[in-house]
Design a protein. Structure first.
Length: 365
């Protein structure tokens, strides 16, 4: 089977997913054959240059002229571009792999999830950190009861790239285009991992903060207002009665990509940090000290496809793994998680944190 694909978006995420498609046949030879049919973007010169680098057959500047020609639409554009092309594709039973967050707003996420329910196509959301081998190992151990009954989750995603007030304005600073700032961007990753590892969220108490109210527009003397959050924090109660703390920042000076997860149960726990992506720290049973596992053995998730034991992999490999799972599910008429129901559930939690911030009270989902 050959699956034809169209990418809407060719910058950060376009490059990440195009790289994944390049790697797949070499390391996962049982993956379906994929044809990179069309690359879609507004700037023809830029999209043509990207198509040459990414290996696409043709380019389009209008998504409506392209989606009818592909089996799968990869929606990799800014958040406000997720809704209309995705819904149109699903209404025509075209599979969709959409970058997170699902949409800028809860209402739009509900529209997309409804379209997915009514479609015969597969609809997946690209939360790539589920597919880091160390996180897959943590999930395997958690589900097997290695840490007992989970009592506490702690997740943070700290970055500092916006700490400088002269850092240029982008669509991520506009609520109409992005929906939220750090909360829906990297905070959505933390929320996804919390649901995956611990279970459904019952209630949240959240707060948001914007430290830089306007930013310069690159190449001009103008500034534009910042209408999204620079930082968020949330106290979380899970339906399982576990407790949680989540936080994220774009202004945490000294941090590059501190995506860290800690889970504690009655019989131990684990710790993970993306900046040490191949490592998982665990404590189990009566052992009151932490063990560092280098997740590179053949029996660790996905690692038999890569290098000999001890040879580490990188951030981009999570995209290879999630693409392998999604494309295999399409070819085999199977299931893929996280799907649009997961994306909607995450959007509901994002919305609840926003409402909690506005009202100053805890919000029950």
């Amino acid at each position: 089977m050959t699956l034809t694909t169209g990418f809407l978006g060719y910058q950060f995420m376009g490059k990440a997913h195009a790289n994944a498609l390049d790697r797949l046949p070499m390391f996962f030879p049982d993956v379906p054959e994929v044809e990179r049919s069309v690359l879609i973007g507004r700037n023809r010169d830029a999209v043509e240059e990207a198509a040459d680098r990414f290996g696409f057959d043709r380019v389009e500047t209008d998504w409506e002229a392209a989606i009818g020609d592909v089996d799968i639409l990869y929606n990799l554009g800014p958040n406000h571009v997720h809704v209309e092309p995705t819904v149109a594709a699903l209404e025509n039973d075209i599979h969709v792999f959409c970058e997170k967050p699902l949409a800028p707003t809860l209402d739009e996420a509900q529209l997309m999830a409804s379209a997915a329910r009514q479609s015969d196509a597969l609809a997946g959301v690209a939360f790539n950190y589920r597919y880091v081998p160390a996180m897959q190992l943590a999930k395997r151990m958690t589900d097997a009861g290695a840490f007992g009954d989970i009592r506490r989750f702690r997740g943070q995603y700290l970055q500092g790239w916006s700490a400088d007030p002269d850092f240029p304005w982008s669509w991520r600073n506009d609520a109409d285009m992005a929906g939220t700032g750090v909360l829906g961007d990297v905070g959505a990753h933390t929320i996804d991992l919390a649901r995956w590892l611990v279970g459904e969220v019952d209630s949240v108490m959240g707060q948001l903060k914007t430290f830089v109210d306007e930013r310069p527009v690159e190449g001009t003397d103008e500034t534009r207002p910042v209408t999204t959050d620079d930082e968020y924090s949330a106290l979380v109660d899970f339906e399982s009665e576990a407790m949680g703390v989540m936080e994220g920042s774009r202004v945490a000076t000294g941090h590059k990509g501190n995506n860290a997860i800690e889970v504690y149960g009655t019989d131990g726990g684990f710790r993970f940090d993306m900046e040490r992506l191949n490592e998982l720290e665990v404590m189990t049973g009566d052992n009151d000290s932490w063990e560092r596992i280098l997740v590179t053995d053949d029996d660790h998730p996905y690692m038999d496809a890569w290098w000999p034991t001890g040879h580490i992999i990188g951030w981009e490999h999570a995209f290879v793994h999630e693409n392998y799972e999604f494309l295999s599910a399409v070819a085999e008429d199977g299931e893929y998680r996280p799907d649009f129901e997961d994306g909607l559930a995450i959007q509901e939690i994002v919305d609840a944190v926003k409402r909690s911030h506005r009202t100053g009270s805890r919000v029950t989902l």
